[in-house]
Write a protein that binds this ligand. Structure first.
Ligand code: AMP
Length: 282
């Protein structure tokens, strides 16, 4: 695994790889890696000749008062974990490399899909995400981009702008990797104390129960959703949102459809956690 810090240098290296007809798979991350990230790396390795992983804690996707300063930065441990997979290039640029003085261009996905769910509560977040992912795609030039379904709205928004901007990469969204008890793996889980870790289980539990009850036709969507929210509220400190939406447009649904996604964001202590399940009646 070769570690590259300069965008220009990585661009030159990968240009060479493409000239040799090698396909490139790309996994963008913010580090503090876990098995969820590794599942993306494995998929990239299976489907491409070259695997590139980036680690960059992107300041523009954090709002004021969010956890940018304390976001875990553990490059040594990350490199050891990546050593287990087959990564060819690890790209870890500095903030100055990505946003040099004078940087003035942003990518905005200007549709309802970016204003709902996390977009409603984290203004500017998806603009920060879209901008950095667009820049990383231009630096890496991959055939395939690997994202996790854990960040469902992020993946939907990235799919949108990759198509809208005629970018070449194919977007591959991989299933959420969970702890044995169901908690979705997340770099932010390490903020949780033992009691909070137990309460954090409420998110996946509520989502799985909702899915089971919808598939079992146990009531109307509104009834089952209200019950899920009530149970969640008993366990967590704040339910920021709990919605059942269309899988592509992310528009809220009032009636059961063949394909739906239920998503939630909750605070457990000071930690904001997100999770979702796909509900398919097919
Ligand atoms: P992050 O480092 O949190 O920005 O995440 C980098 C990528 O890993 C994103 O595409 C995430 O959706 C994905 N990811 C994070 N957690 C998981 C998980 N538990 N399972 C699968 N993918 C994940």
């Amino acid at each position: 695994m070769k570690v590259v810090r300069s965008p220009r240098q990585l661009q030159r290296i990968l240009e060479e790889e493409r000239l040799r007809k090698r396909t490139v798979g790309f996994v963008p991350t913010m580090g503090a890696l876990h098995e969820g990230h590794l599942s993306l790396v494995k998929a990239a390795d299976r489907e491409n000749d070259i695997t590139v992983v980036s680690i960059f804690v992107n300041p523009t996707q954090f709002g004021p008062g969010e956890d940018y300063a304390k976001y875990p930065r553990v490059l040594g441990a990350d490199k050891r974990l990546l050593g287990k997979g087959k990564v060819d290039y690890l790209f870890c640029p500095s903030v100055r490399d990505i946003y040099p003085p004078g940087h003035a261009t942003c990518v905005t996905v200007d549709g309802a899909m970016a204003r709902v769910l996390c977009g409603k509560f984290r203004p500017g977040h998806f603009q920060g995400v879209a901008t950095v992912v667009a820049k990383l795609l231009n630096i890496v030039g991959p055939c395939r981009l690997y994202l996790g379904a854990k960040d469902y709205q992020q993946a939907a928004i990235i799919r949108r702008f990759v198509e809208d901007l005629n970018m070449n990469a194919r977007v591959r969204v991989m299933p959420t990797v969970r702890e044995k008890d169901g908690l979705a793996m997340s770099s932010r889980n390490r903020y949780l104390g033992p009691a909070e870790r137990r309460r954090a289980l409420a998110l996946s539990r509520a989502l799985f129960e909702l899915r089971r009850d919808i598939l079992g036709k146990k009531g109307t969507l509104a009834f089952l959703k209200a019950r899920a929210v009530r149970k969640l509220k008993d366990a967590v400190d704040r339910v920021q949102y709990f919605e059942i939406v269309d899988p592509v447009t992310l528009a809220p649904l009032k009636m059961v459809r063949r394909e739906m996604v239920a998503l939630t964001a909750c605070f457990v202590g000071k930690t904001r956690l997100i999770d979702n399940v796909i509900i398919s009646l097919r």
